[in-house]
Ligand binder design. Structure first.
Ligand SMILES: Nc1nc2c(ncn2[C@@H]2O[C@H](COP(=O)(O)OP(=O)(O)OP(=O)(O)O)[C@@H](O)[C@H]2O)c(=O)[nH]1
Ligand code: SF4
Ligand SMILES: [Mg+2]
Length: 398
């Protein structure tokens, strides 16, 4: 189990390692991470399931490397395995394509194009080569594709490790800088955080969205004040001017809203997280589709991990109950869990994506794209609950 000081997988830069079987993908993973994480062998098809390894990578910060099964493996006929590979490709920020020579390059062109079309940054890694001629021919075969990045290594001996790490960091630095608060907070702004510490709160610590918000506010030189809902009157009385923004938990939203000065904006930690992992504008439009649901409509609850559902599970119990109460009892709910996403979305009237605490932004954005392509509205848990609790029009969406 990850310690509290560790970055969750969903917030790490995800780096997939792809290529033909036996090209040395697992050896590259082991070389980069300086470990024996993945099994290496001369047999084709050694890696049968994705293998993950976390690592801090200089200026890129926390990363998650994912070694994948090789393609063109005759034993790899399983559709399930292909689907799993697609999920890894969709979720990664950077794709390392490992090749042995120029002839591998042609076979990897389709994957390269798929990754680029899905905005994944690609770095080609020529492995097993101490031959300058092979290097020259490979670079020639890569043509324009080499422009996205090309590094030569010998994973078995570790030659080229530093160059590869430097190239990965460079590749990742051009990526999106994640921000919870977008451009709604500037230096000197006063921000009031109202965080209930009741029996639902974890013992002795704050939840991740709160910790991340506080860190970002401190980085932005905002004046950050943290209180429980019980201290709201006192805190507001102490302030010379109303806070610019109040951020609170969805569960106490109505209570906090009641006490909010009219000049202050108000939002929730779950809305900020939804914006970090997805697209708030799309989600906000999608939430309005709740009122177009009717008996016979179908809703897909899209979870991003395979957690054991709780009795009062938000996605499986609470949201369906709230929707049925508002729109009728004969609405059907399907669940998809983990990396898998329904192949045919066209039968659905609405998709409700979970908060995605275990998933990266890229995976969730790819679901949003698929929903758009299928012409199906998509929202997320936080926005759906805000809509169903009647606080939607009161919430500030950064
Ligand atoms: N000479 C040489 N051999 C290498 C190098 N990198 C990997 N190998 C060897 O190539 C074989 C395959 O390496 P793996 O890392 O298991 O290859 P893979 O791409 O993960 O293979 P699959 O998991 O089967 O798809 C092993 O015998 C490695 O020792 C290298 O840089 N030089
Ligand atoms: S929010 Fe999504 S990813 Fe996080 S625990 Fe719930 S189902 Fe899993
Ligand atoms: Mg392998």
């Amino acid at each position: 189990m990850a310690g509290l000081d560790q970055t969750p997988a969903g917030l790490r830069t995800q780096i997939g390692i792809f290529g033909k079987t036996n090209s040395g993908k697992s050896s590259v993973l082991n070389m980069i991470t300086g470990s024996d994480t993945a099994i290496v062998s001369p047999l084709a098809g050694t890696t049968t399931d994705p293998v993950k390894k976390s690592m801090e990578l200089g200026a890129l910060g926390p990363c998650l490397f994912i070694d994948t099964p090789g393609t063109f493996d005759p034993s790899d006929l399983s559709e399930k395995r292909q689907e799993r590979m697609q999920s890894v490709m969709k979720a990664c920020d950077i794709g390392l394509i490992v090749v042995k020579d120029a002839s591998d390059v042609a076979d990897e062109k389709e994957r390269y194009e798929w990754l680029r079309a899905h905005n994944v940054r690609v770095l080609f890694v020529l492995n097993k080569s101490d031959d300058k001629e092979v290097e020259k021919e490979t670079e020639k075969a890569l043509g324009d594709m080499a422009g996205t990045g090309f590094v030569t290594v010998d994973a078995r001996s570790g030659i080229g490790r530093d160059d590869l790490i430097e190239a990965i960091i460079k590749c990742g630095e051009g990526g999106r800088k994640d921000s919870l608060l977008k451009d709604c907070v500037s230096a000197g702004d006063c921000i009031l955080l109202v965080m209930p510490q009741d029996k639902l709160a974890p013992k002795g610590r704050l939840i991740l969205p709160q910790v991340m918000t506080i860190r970002e506010l401190l980085d932005r030189d905002a004046v950050t004040i943290g209180i429980t809902p019980e201290k709201m009157d006192e805190a507001l009385a102490m302030l010379k001017a109303p806070p610019k923004l109040i951020i609170t938990d969805s569960q106490v939203f109505p209570k906090v809203y009641e006490k909010k000065p009219p000049e202050s904006l108000i939002t929730s930690f779950s809305i900020l997280m939804a914006g970090l992992k997805g697209d708030l504008k799309v989600y906000a439009e999608g939430a309005a589709a709740i009122d177009r649901l009717h008996d016979g409509s179908r809703v897909l609850i899209a979870e991003s991990c395979t957690h054991a559902p709780a009795d009062e599970d938000i996605g499986r119990v609470k949201i369906p109950a709230l929707i049925r109460k508002r729109r009728g009892g004969d609405i059907e709910f399907d669940i998809c869990a983990g990396d898998a996403f329904q192949k045919d979305l066209s039968d659905y009237d609405l998709i409700i994506q979970c908060g995605g605490c275990m998933a990266g932004r890229r995976l969730i954005m790819s679901r949003i794209e698929e929903a758009k392509e299928a012409g199906v509205s998509i929202t997320n848990y936080g926005l759906a609950i805000a809509y169903l609790s009647g606080i939607f029009d009161k919430i500030y969406i950064p």
